[in-house]
Design a protein around this ligand. Structure first.
Ligand code: TRP
Length: 329
C-alpha cells in the first residue's frame, strides 16, 4: 500500500475547481492508500504572517474537507502545527538545503515578485518545510497540481541528498500523482482561464444559491451565434464545460442543439447552470455548516489525526536522528 501525503493551504475557501481537480479524487484515493491530509497552517504564515483569524481559517478548511468526504476514520487528517516532529525534521533538512537552490526555485521568485516587502526566511525555506511534510511519512506519492511541481522536484532532491549524505535508505523519492487521468481543469466564469481563488472567478462550496445565481448571471458571454454550427468562443465553451460537471446530459444536449441552430438564449442557459450548480453545491454547503458548528466533532477529528500523524512522524524522526548521529547518554 502506497503512502500519500497532501497539504492544503489554510488561506481561502474551496471552490469547484479544487473540488473536481483534487478533492473528489482524495475521497476515492483514501481507500486504496495510506493517506495523510493536513492543513498547512505554518505555510500560510509565509504569505499571511498576521491573519485576522488563523483559527477560523483552519476550522473552515477542515470543515470543508470533511464535508467533501474525507473520512477521518479512513485517512489521517491533521494540522501541520499539531505535529512538532515536522518542525524538527524541517530544521534538520535546512542543514542540507542550499541558499542558492532555494533562491532559484521558481515559486520563490514568483512570491518575491508578489510580496517584495515581505521576503521572509520562511518564504525562502517554504520548500524545505514542504519536503519535511512529505518525507516525514516516507510518502511515495503526492497529489499536486502543476504549480507545485517545482516543490516536489526539490523534495525529491532533498530525499536523495539525505540518503546520499548519510549513506542511508531512509527516504523514498516521492512522485507527483496526477490520478492517472487527464488533469481536470474547471474554467472560471470570467471568460478565460481556470477557476482560481486569486482570479475571483470562482463558485465556492460555501456559496449560497443567491451568490451562485449572481455569479453565473454575470458570467462573460458573447453576442451569440449568427450562423449554424458556429465555432464556440472560449467564454461559451467554458459555461458548457462547467455544465458537464453538474448538469444532466439531456440538458447539455438541449442547449448545444440550440447553440448549433442559433436559437440559444444565454439567459436561459445561465439560469439552468445556476440551478444545477446550486443543486450540486447545496448538500456540500449544508454539511460544511453542520460540521463547522460541531466543535466537539472537530476536536475529536483533530486529536485523532494528530495522534496518528505523530505516531508515523516520530518514527521517522527517531530514525533520522539516529542516522545523523544523535545518541542518548
Ligand atoms: N504548497 C502547497 C500548496 O500551496 C501546500 C502544501 C504544503 C503541500 N505542504 C505540502 C502540498 C505537502 C502537498 C504536500 O498548495
Amino acid at each position: 500500500m502506497d503512502t500519500v501525503v497532501s497539504g492544503i493551504r489554510s488561506t481561502g475557501n474551496l471552490h469547484l475547481g479544487n473540488y473536481f481537480g483534487a478533492l473528489r479524487n482524495f475521497t476515492r484515493m483514501q481507500h486504496e492508500n495510506r493517506c495523510f491530509f493536513f492543513i498547512a497552517d505554518y505555510h500560510s504564515l509565509t504569505t499571511h504572517p498576521t491573519p485576522s483569524n488563523l483559527h477560523a481559517n483552519v476550522r473552515q478548511v477542515l470543515s470543508e474537507y470533511l464535508a467533501c468526504g474525507i473520512d477521518p476514520e479512513v485517512a489521517t487528517i491533521y494540522l501541520q502545527s499539531d505535529v512538532p516532529e515536522v518542525t524538527e525534521l524541517y530544521l534538520l533538512l535546512n542543514m542540507i538545503a542550499y541558499k542558492g537552490e532555494l533562491e532559484r526555485t521558481t515559486t520563490f521568485k514568483e512570491k518575491v515578485r508578489n510580496q517584495p516587502d515581505n521576503v521572509n526566511a520562511g518564504l525562502l525555506t517554504y520548500p524545505v518545510l514542504m519536503a519535511a511534510d512529505i518525507i516525514i511519512h516516507k510518502a511515495h506519492r503526492v497529489p499536486v497540481g502543476k504549480d507545485q511541481e517545482p516543490h516536489l522536484e526539490i523534495t525529491r532532491k532533498f530525499a536523495r541528498r539525505f540518503n546520499t549524505m548519510y549513506n542511508t535508505g531512509t527516504f523514498p523519492e516521492p512522485e507527483a500523482y496526477n490520478f492517472g487521468e487527464k488533469l481536470v481543469k474547471i474554467p472560471g466564469l470570467d471568460g478565460s482561464g481556470k477557476m482560481g481563488k486569486s482570479e475571483g472567478n470562482g463558485i465556492y462550496l460555501s456559496d449560497d444559491e443567491k451568490a451562485i445565481r449572481r455569479k453565473v448571471m454575470r458570467a462573460v458571454t458573447d453576442s451569440g451565434p449568427d450562423q449554424p454550427n458556429q465555432k464556440m468562443a472560449e467564454p461559451i465553451r467554458n459555461l458548457f464545460t462547467i455544465m458537464q460537471f453538474v448538469s444532466e446530459p439531456d440538458v447539455i444536449r438541449h442547449f448545444k442543439k440550440q447553440y448549433a441552430d442559433c436559437t440559444i438564449r444565454y439567459g436561459d442557459l445561465k439560469k439552468q447552470l445556476a440551478d444545477d450548480l446550486s443543486a450540486f453545491v447545496a448538500p456540500i454547503r449544508e454539511r460544511i455548516t453542520e460540521i463547522s458548528a460541531n466543535s466537539e466533532y472537530l476536536r475529536k477529528v483533530v486529536n485523532t489525526g494528530r495522534d496518528k500523524a505523530r505516531e508515523s512522524a516520530s518514527k521517522t524522526v527517531r530514525e533520522v536522528r539516529e542516522v545523523i548521529g544523535f545518541r542518548p547518554f
